[in-house]
Ligand binder design. Structure first.
Ligand code: ADP
Ligand code: MG
Length: 249
């Protein structure tokens, strides 16, 4: 893990009507770290990362990636800046094949790589699926043939095959079996080793403590603190999340 800053989150705000989902949030995320984002339900984690990845427009504030302001208007633009996301909900599209889902919005990437037809695209996607250890998933099959867990695995391929600088993983482990989780952890480790950054959102505090290097806490859309995972216990994190001693009262 280096101390070089990858992403600066600066005074970022987002409201939905009268709900101030993200209020003037600022913090830094370093290169090559798993940076967890925690907070109770509704604390603004998904809203913040959805702005970073072009899903929601930002109200005010900036994201600065490797020293450069980015303003992605959609997920493809975010991908082209080097930011990808595995969204909290289902992130694949029904009615398309597995390969079409993996490469959606990136047709230019494979044209450049000399991949010009469906057969070639399927071959490329099958090779990727094999590399990830997901051989039983077939590129030419319709995505609808696969269950929620398999579709999450396909999203892992989609979000990480091009070695993005930042990958957001929003509550993905909740949807996965232990086996699926182990697959995800393997790919998180690979991304980190490549010097890239993961923003890891999860409700599972033991998992957060084990898998992250750094943790940022949000409460009611407000930034609370950024701490080192190794200095923290579950109780410390709970206190930061709820803002008072956990006395059970
Ligand atoms: P978290 O991911 O931490 O659980 P969210 O970012 O999803 O929290 O939500 C933060 C707040 O913003 C909540 O009050 C939620 O109801 C609201 N919110 C999130 N997305 C929307 C939306 N698309 N429309 C209206 N309100 C939203
Ligand atoms: Mg969320």
């Amino acid at each position: 893990m280096s101390n070089e800053v990858r992403l600066q989150v600066k005074n970022v705000c987002k409201s939905f009507g009268i709900t101030k989902a993200v209020q003037n949030v600022s913090f830094n995320i370093n290169k090559g770290e798993v940076h967890a984002l925690i907070g109770e339900n509704g604390s603004g984690k998904s809203t913040l990362t959805n702005m970073l990845t072009g899903i929601y427009p930002i109200d005010s504030g900036t994201f600065i990636l490797d020293g450069k302001e980015i303003h992605p208007k959609n997920q493809v633009e975010a991908n082209n800046e080097g930011v990808s996301i595995i969204v909290q909900e289902l992130g694949t599209l029904s009615g398309l094949t597995v390969a079409e889902n993996i490469f959606l919005g990136h047709e230019d990437r494979f044209v450049k790589a000399g991949i010009k037809n469906t057969n070639a695209m399927n071959k490329e996607a099958d090779a990727l699926l094999k590399k990830y250890g997901f051989e039983r998933i077939k590129a030419a099959h319709m995505i609808d043939e696969y269950n929620f867990e398999d579709r999450k695995l396909i999203e892992i391929v989609k979000a990480t095959y091009f070695s993005p600088k930042i990958v957001v993983i929003d509550e993905t482990t909740t949807a996965l079996s232990q086996e699926g989780r182990e697959e995800l952890y393997k790919h998180m480790e690979r991304i980190r080793k490549e010097g890239n950054t993961i923003i890891f959102i999860s409700h599972d505090l033991p998992e957060i403590l084990e898998k992250s290097d750094t943790i940022t806490v949000l409460r009611d859309g407000v930034y609370i603190d950024t701490v080192k995972s190794k200095d923290m216990t579950e109780d410390d994190l709970k206190k930061l999340m709820v803002g008072r001693e956990m006395t059970g009262k």
